[in-house]
Structure formats: C-alpha cells, structure tokens
Design a protein around this ligand. Structure first.
Ligand SMILES: *Cc1c(COP(=O)(O)O)cnc(C)c1O
Length: 701
C-alpha cells in the first residue's frame, strides 16, 4: 500500500488529454464512431480517475481523523472552485450563461458548476462530505449506500431509457432533474469513486502490474461493450456513468500503483491547470482562428482543433507545473519546510525492511525531531500508520488533541500523577520497573502498558533477568500489558564488537520474553529496533520497529554505513530570510566582540535565524554556512540569539527578502543536516530536535 505512486501522477497526463477530447471531439471529422468511443465511453474514465485518486489519499484520513481532515480538504477545493468560477465569469457574462439569481443559480453553484466543466468542484465537495458522513456512521459498510447512489446515478444517465420506461420512476427522476441537470454529480457519482480509491489505498498489494493491467483491459472491454449496447438501444440521457466504470477505475488505480514508478509532483499542478483552463482555450482557439481566417484548419478540422486546444492548454498550464519556490510565508523570518512526499517515500522504504506482519511505529517525540509532530503524524496516518511513539505524556496528549488515532506509546518514565492524563487520552505507557508498575496501579486508572526491558543500555527498564519483577505488572488489575520492548545500546556501529553486543542484548530480550511466557504471561507486541536497529538488522522478526531519525531521511552522522541501504530522502529544509545588507571597508569589524574582521571590502548579509531558533552557536566564524542564490556563504562572526551574519561578497545580487538555506537544497547546491550537525560537533538527532517553536513548519505536498 505504501509504494511508489508516480503512476498516478503520470496518468494525469492522458487523463487531461481525454477530458479535452470529451469537450472537443477530436475525431468528429475523421470517424464519428471512433469519436464516440473516445468521448462518450473511454474518455469517461478520466474524471472518476481524479476522484478516485483524491479518495486514495483523503478517505483513510477521514476514517482516522474525521472532521479534522475534512475541513482543510474542503477549504482547498472551495478556494480552487472560487478562483475558477471567477476566471470564467467573463465567459458567463459574454455568453449570457449565468443563471438568474434564485434556484437556477443555486443549482449551478451546488451541482452543475458555474461553467460546464466546473461541476467537478461542487461534486468533489459534496461527495467528500457524503463520504465523511458515511464512513463516520457506517464504517466499512459505507460502500453500500455509495453503491446504491451510483446505481441511481447510472439509471438517470446512460441507462435512462430503462428508467423512462417505468412512469413512476421516470417522474421521480424528472423531479430530481429540477434540482440538477444530470445525475453525474456529487450526490450520485462521486462517493463511490472516493470510497473506491480509499479502499484500494488500504489494501495490501496482492497482484503485480501485468495481472492488474490484464484486468484493466478486461474491464475496459466490458465498458466498451456496455457503452455500445446502451447506444445501440438508444438508452442514454447523458453518457457519463456506466455500471462497469468503477471496475475500470479500480483496476486502473491498482495497475498504476503496481507499476511502482517514482512520483512526478509537477504533473499534478499541470494537469489541474489544464483541466481548469482548457474551456478558455477552446474559446481562444475559435476566436483566434476566426480572426486569422484559419477556421478550416483549427475549427472545422476536428483534429486540428483538438491539437490547437491541447497545445494552448498545455502551454498555459506550464507555470503551474513548476514547484513553488521556497517562499511559503512572505512574512516568516525563518521557517522549516516539510517535504510530505519524502516522508511518504521514507515510510515505504523503511516498511520494506520489516518482516511480514510487522508495522512501523514512527517516533515523533520532540516535535517529531523538530519536523512538527502533528504534521508528521498526519502524513504517516494517511499512509496507514496506526502506532506512534513519543517521549512524554504531554506529547502524547498533544497528538490526541490534534486528532491522531491508534496506539500512542510513551517511551519515557511517566509518574503516577500523570495517570489521569494517560487514561483520558488512551495513551500506552512504558513501565520501567516493578515500583513504577505499583505506583501506576495505585493511581487507580485503567492503563495500557508496554514492559520496557533493560538489556544493556542501562537507561530505563526492568533488568532482563528479573523474572519476579517482570511478573508484577501482570498482577496489577488496572494495568493491561499489550507489549514488551527494549532499546538497543549499540546498533549504530557495524564493527564486530558492537555486533556481538547487539546480539547479546537481543538474546537477553528473548530470555525475558520467554520468562514471561513460561510464567503464563502474554508479552504482547514485541519491538526493539530504532532506526539503526532496523537498518542494521532488517527483517528481524518483531511486531513493530520504532524508527526516528531514519524516517526523517537522514543519518545521525555523515558517511554512516548500514547493512540495509534504503534510499532515504531528507524531509526537512531550514530557511531564513535575508533582512539587511552591510558594506564593510577592509579592516572593519562586525559581530559581537568584533568577532569578524573584513580582510577586503566585504558585503555581509543579516539572516534572521539564531541560536534561540535552535541553530547552534558552534557554527560561528565560518564553521557553518548557508546557501544564497544557489551559492555558499560562510557565517561571519558569532551566531547571535536571533540573527547571524554571512559573507556574501562573492555572491552578486543578494537582496533583503532572499531566502537563505541552512539545511536543504538551493539550485544544485545542498547543505545536509549531517554536514551542519557534524560541523557543530553533534549529531543530526540533536540538531533537528532542537529546532525551536519560533519556526513555523510548512508542509509541501
Ligand atoms: C528515540 C527513540 C527511538 C528512535 O531512535 P532513532 O535512533 O532516532 O530511530 C526508538 N526507541 C526509543 C526507546 C527511543 O527513545
């Protein structure tokens, strides 16, 4: 389920071309039959495909987070709808297609869209709300009403001839058609495709690309047959919905997912822009051809018309293919960018190291190593993650209040005074000793706990060979043991001594688990690997692995060798704004203590980030650097609490407002977290987890 989904991105291209085809009829002047096949039958896959892809990402989140996930989604779609409606207002006015204020306008705004293709947006909004309500009320049975709605939709669409033969049914539909022009809308046709995507997203992959491709072809043949049949029988009122369409879209998604292609985010913005802009392009091509006297080639010739509209749409949409530049908040002095795609990729790459049946329990303590705990947890939940680990009860409670469901394990030692907080938020607590268990028991709250075994780190946990102590939590009526865990002390290094120590710690863990079992106690879920345990001992039987740093796509230190070498991508980029420039004569000094001396005429840029933001003061005086305009600028003088100075003498054109990169890419240059941490004499775990609350986190999808 968490694999590479670049196939979805790629299919947006043919899907966009199909939508234009549906609206232009490219083969009309060549073969009306072939044209019908494309526009009335095969082309009808395109828009449901977009709905199903939305469902793939949205529905699992709706199931986990409910309204918390629905709100932002609706806001986004509503924003796009409003913008698009505005864009088409001139054409509405020119064509007099704007409905009079009243029921007609409501009908257009809520169902039909204010311009013909814009029905997509109100449909997506209504469909998402219905699906949210259905999964909330019915859980996994939500597809039954969604399926029934779709059947009603098809009977009002390409199979309408059947319906029309039954007078009462026909009357019912005619009444409905007062509210909307077609049953191809958010009520009838969208819920099924959203749910379809959502269900497929949560399904383990069973078949390879060839099998899925064959099933897709088969379902396409079915669709073709159905389409030709209803046409031959003259049944359609409109020809957008077919009984076999969900089948085709489902196998299409499975096939595209099975291809495991790397993602192409640029195609997402581009395809959306083509969809929104192409009716304008139709108008422009017609107008342009008339003005140039070329109607024969670009209007009457359907292929020429299609080519011109497609080309123009593709060109006009091009700016939307570009990744937004790294300036998410023009007012931010410094910020962290979180690359959701990289995080999803790392989840998939680390999942691949697990044995069958095991799952990841991402460690999101310390604000997800500085990445933003809620942001990270939500992205993980969207990929099917159902267990998280944090260090403190307060961190766990924060996740719950933010809508995170599933298991949340508190790794640190929580005192009995926090038992009410643990209970209220259904947090799972690591129990570290018999005394700890008794203290929690005495608090009188029902708690889920995992036993933490000390196998050599000597930080927290029951001594591995303390059979009597280990039995205590099982005798505490308020405590329910659902897991047994340890933390390895030396999994990072690959030398034989470290290997031997790790083997011994694993042996001690197994002995502790055996001791429990022999005493008739069920140890529950077993887990013992952090990032390096997983990277150096992939495939080890367990129920969970608890990666932290690796999930964020970096190693603790530069050049670390691990047994497994998954392709991990850095998730966080750190940027800060240039706020002022200073020109210094040779010999002039700058910074506290005059810590910088200009050896030549020098330009210094003030960058608004400092050690209070978590940027180490150890990176003063050239130990650290930033990227500006794709080039490297050394830190000049001492890093201050809220600012630092960089020498930009050799970088022409630096201006206040520029974004400096402290971690991440700028052009073909990159500063890795490993580099910065090593230069500051620490590891990335410390550097990242200390990035402070003053930095807004911006998630880039
Ligand atoms: C922090 C922590 C982890 C994650 O460690 P990484 O090395 O960052 O993967 C796992 N388990 C426990 C007990 C931890 O405290």
């Amino acid at each position: 389920m968490t694999g590479k989904l670049g196939g979805f991105d790629r299919f947006r291209l043919p899907a966009a071309l199909l939508v234009i085809a549906v609206h232009t009829g490219p083969l009309l002047s060549v073969s009306p039959f072939a044209n019908d096949l494309i526009t009335d039958i095969w082309g009808r896959i395109a828009v449901p495909f977009f709905f199903a892809v939305s469902g793939w990402f949205l529905v699992p989140r709706l199931e986990r987070e409910g309204a918390a996930a629905l709100g932002p989604f609706l806001r986004k779609v509503l924003g796009l709808y409003a913008l698009s409606a505005l864009l088409y207002l001139p054409l509405n006015l020119y064509n007099h297609t704007l409905a009079e204020p009243g029921t007609d306008l409501l009908r257009d705004v809520f169902f039909n869209g204010t311009f013909y293709h814009l029905w997509y947006f109100p449909a997506l909004i209504l469909g998402a709300c219905i699906v949210w309500a259905l999964v909330r009320g019915l859980g996994r049975w939500a597809w039954i009403p969604a399926g029934l709605l779709y059947v009603l939709g098809v009977l009002g669409d390409s199979w309408y001839g059947l319906t029309a033969a039954l007078p009462p049914l026909r009357a019912a539909y005619e009444a409905m058609f007062l509210c909307f022009d077609y049953t191809r809308n958010g009520l009838f046709s969208v819920p099924i495709f959203l749910l379809l995507g959502g269900r497929l997203a949560g399904r383990p992959r069973r078949h390879g690309a060839p099998a899925c491709g064959a099933l897709l072809l088969l379902s396409m043949a079915l669709l073709t047959g159905e389409g030709l049949l209803v046409k031959a029988l003259e049944l359609p009122r409109f020809d957008a919905l077919y009984f076999s369409l969900p089948l085709c879209v489902g196998f299409l998604l499975l096939w595209l997912a099975a291809l495991e292609l790397p993602s192409v985010p640029a195609l997402r913005g581009w395809a959306a822009a083509v969809y929104i802009l192409h009716p304008w392009c139709i108008v422009l091509v017609r107008g342009g051809a008339r003005a140039a006297g070329l109607t024969g080639l670009f209007v009457d010739n359907s292929l020429g018309h299609y080519a011109a509209v497609t080309l123009l749409s593709a060109l006009l949409a091009l700016p939307f293919a570009l990744r937004r530049p790294a300036r998410p908040r023009p007012d931010a002095r410094a910020w962290a960018e979180i690359d959701a795609g990289a995080l999803r990729h790392n989840l998939a790459a680390l999942s691949a190291l697990l044995p069958a049946g095991a799952a990841l329990m991402p460690v999101v303590k310390a604000n997800a190593y500085g990445h933003g705990d809620l942001e990270v947890a939500r992205i993980c939940a969207g990929q099917g993650v159902t267990a998280f680990a944090v260090a403190t009860a307060a961190e766990g409670a924060r996740l719950r209040r933010g809508g995170v469901r599933g298991t949340i394990l508190i790794l640190g030692c929580t005192g009995p005074e926090e038992a009410p907080l643990l209970a209220r938020h259904r947090l799972t607590q690591a129990v570290v000793s018999a005394a700890h268990a008794r203290a929690l028991e005495a608090a009188g709250r029902r708690l889920e706990v995992h036993l933490k075994i000390d196998t050599g780190l000597h930080r927290l946990g029951f001594a591995w060979d303390d059979g009597a102590g280990l039995a205590v939590p099982f005798r505490c009526p308020h405590l329910k043991v659902t897991g047994t865990i340890t933390h390895l002390s030396d999994a990072e290094a690959a030398d034989p001594d470290s290997r031997a120590r790790t083997e011994e710690e694993l042996r001690r863990f197994r002995v502790a688990v055996e001791t429990l079992r022999r005493a008739g106690h069920e140890p529950g879920a077993l887990h013992f690997q952090g990032s390096y345990g997983l990277l150096n001992l992939p495939g080890l039987p367990c129920d969970y692995a608890r990666p932290g740093i690796a999930l964020y796509g970096v190693h603790s230190a530069p050049g670390q060798e691990t047994r497994a070498k998954p392709d991990l991508r850095p998730v966080l980029s750190l940027r800060a704004r240039v706020v002022q420039l200073h020109r210094l004569e040779a010999g002039e000094r700058a910074g506290y203590d005059g810590s910088f001396t200009a050896r030549r005429p020098t330009v210094l840029a003030t960058v608004s980030i400092g050690y209070a933001d978590g940027w180490p003061r150890a990176l003063s005086n050239g130990a650290g650097r930033v990227l500006l305009r794709g080039r490297s600028a050394p830190v000049a003088g001492l890093v201050c609490m809220d600012q630092l100075l960089v020498d930009v003498t050799d970088i022409p054109g630096v201006t206040p407002g520029d974004a400096a990169t402290l971690i991440g890419r700028d052009g073909d240059q990159e500063i890795t977290a490993e580099e910065a941490a090593a230069a500051a004499g620490t590891i990335t775990n410390e550097l990242l987890s200390r990035l402070g609350p003053r930095l807004p986190r911006t998630v880039l999808e």
